[in-house]
Design a protein around this ligand. Structure first.
Ligand code: FES
Length: 68
């Protein structure tokens, strides 16, 4: 599914770039990592949610592993 039509970015690509860059808060920073930038900006709220969800999932996985 596309997140950003202006840049042709899919959810998978945004999630992958967030993991590669280690960015967990800024969609604009993830876009920069991909060599592009927000144009209309309509995608930014959804992109931020994706990045935050992945960051939360990674944090929770780490917390569970630390308990084991
Ligand atoms: S849809 Fe992403 S900048 Fe326009």
């Amino acid at each position: 599914m596309y997140v950003c039509i202006c840049n042709g970015l899919t959810e998978a690509r945004v999630r992958e770039a967030a993991r590669e860059s280690g960015e967990r808060h800024s969609a604009k920073a993830v876009y920069r990592h991909l060599g592009c930038e927000a144009r209309c900006g309509l995608c930014l709220p959804h992109a931020r949610r994706l990045i935050a969800e992945d960051g939360d999932a990674a944090f929770n996985a780490g917390a569970l592993a630390a308990r084991a």
